[in-house]
Write a protein that binds this ligand. Structure first.
Ligand code: ATP
Ligand code: MG
Length: 424
């Protein structure tokens, strides 16, 4: 294939059979979200650049170096969304959704774009499912949101995820902490790596997030935000922790968990696996009480999370056997008239057995060639209509995966027998 006709680096196709796993994931997550009363919102992939610059924060990695920003034909500055929260808040305000429903639970799904260095678990187009809850101040919604994520892992058959929690307090507390932190790191300026030196000026909390092991001792000795919290912030966090404990959800409080976006405050959390190497965070979120107002709305408390689907898919692939995308049934007809009967038989089967995938072996050919193609569909049973079957209205049922003898059945017995053979 010509070089220029390849997918962009870091932007992946999802081809079968992997696409079946994606569908399974999306369906399971959607049904858990629905069970908690979350409603879907579908958002554009492209927004005015200001939507992200204003919300995510211009000292963050995303805004500084990861956004796909371009001028369109009118010269408008547009950006491929790097995350979902900013666009969601923009839409909620634009449509006045909070007037109709002051307590609003929304979810979204779809591709996000960040110009990062592609590697395992880190892509330039990746996919998230995210949930956002607006209008609820108390720790109850924080706990409910985290319980919902725990139920999602259960629905996906994922065990062994670690929940890390922290509180970032409110902005006055963070401001005082920021000053203390800046003073501390300034005092050790010669021990900072280049990345941290940049962060010191722009966003010193982000130094705590450094992945450089050489920075570890310095970070471990840094002041702790917990020591700058007032009673309210502390009580909020304690209540979240207490509910999770009462629900039997294990967690660790990680005082270094600061999250990369400016809009977070109070509760922040991540779900992390050790089974994916360096890119181990599969879900991250937190409270962002200031953002709705910052984007032009009335002050509105809010909390949300986003999960990275590529990382979840990878994890699910490690825990399951093969993809189960294969058909249960295939129908085979040898001539044109028999093939027509086979197509109609397939219609009948799909009505009677909606859970069974039924594939028609189209295109004709010798019986031998047809049976070879039938076998390749992966189906458990072939339903064959040849000349004899067409003449007397029967169907030959042939197990393709070694489950007994083939048999010729009348139409009345067919559905029941096939259903029994499939265990339905
Ligand atoms: P990281 O520290 O891994 O860069 P982040 O803080 O930038 O993560 P968020 O913006 O919180 O990530 O996004 C939430 C989730 O989306 C992440 O936990 C991860 O699972 C996923 N994610 C983020 N960036 C990427 C990417 N480039 N490729 C694949 N998944 C991603
Ligand atoms: Mg990132």
């Amino acid at each position: 294939m010509k070089q220029e006709l390849r997918a962009i680096r870091g932007m992946n196709d999802v081809a079968p059979p992997a696409s079946a796993r994606w569908q399974h994931l999306e369906q399971r997550v959607a049904s858990v979200l629905a069970a908690y009363g979350y409603q879907q919102i579908r958002l554009p992939i492209v927004e005015a650049t200001g939507v992200f610059e204003r919300s995510i924060g211009d000292t963050t990695d995303i805004v500084q170096k990861e956004m796909y920003t371009f001028a369109d034909r009118n010269g408008d500055r547009l950006t491929l969304r790097p995350e979902g929260t900013a666009g969601c808040v923009r839409a909620v305000l634009e449509h006045g959704l909070l007037h109709q429903q002051p307590q609003l639970r929304l979810w979204y799904a779809g591709p996000m774009f960040r110009h990062e260095r592609p590697q395992k678990g880190r892509y330039r187009q990746f996919h998230q499912i995210g949930a956002e809850a607006y209008g609820m101040t108390g720790p109850d919604i924080d706990a409910e949101l985290i319980l919902m994520t725990a139920r999602i892992w259960q629905a996906l058959g994922l065990a062994n995820l670690r929940l890390e929690l922290n509180t970032l307090g409110v902005s006055a507390e963070r401001e005082r902490y920021r000053e203390a932190l800046t003073a501390y790191f300034r005092g050790h300026a010669d021990a900072l790596d280049e990345d941290s030196r940049l962060r010191l000026e722009r966003n010193p909390l982000r130094i705590l997030d450094s992945k450089n092991p050489a920075m570890r001792p310095l970070i471990d000795g840094a002041p702790r935000l917990a020591d700058y919290l007032e009673a309210d912030s502390r009580a909020h966090f304690d209540a979240v922790c207490a509910t999770l404990t009462a629900a039997g959800i294990g967690f660790v409080v990680n005082p270094l968990l600061v999250r990369g976006l400016d809009y977070y405050g109070k509760t922040v959390f991540e779900w992390i696996t050790t089974e994916l190497g360096a890119q181990g965070t599969v879900c991250a979120g937190g409270r962002y009480d200031g953002l709705v107002e910052l984007m032009g709305g009335k002050p509105t408390p809010a909390i949300g999370f986003a999960m990275g689907l590529e990382r979840l898919i990878e994890l699910m692939a490690q825990h399951e056997g093969g993809d189960d995308a294969e058909a249960e049934l295939c129908v085979v007809g040898t001539s044109e008239a028999e093939m027509q009967a086979a197509l109609l038989l397939a219609e009948t089967l799909r009505s009677a057995l909606p859970g069974a995938r039924t594939i028609c072996v189209c295109g004709g050919g010798s019986m031998k060639a047809l049976m070879k193609r039938a076998d390749r569909t992966g189906a458990r049973l072939a339903l064959i209509i040849g000349g004899d079957e067409l003449a007397d209205g029967t169907v030959t049922v042939k197990p393709l995966r070694g489950q007994g003898e083939q048999q010729r059945l009348g139409r009345e017995a067919l559905i029941g027998t096939v259903a029994a053979m499939l265990g339905q």
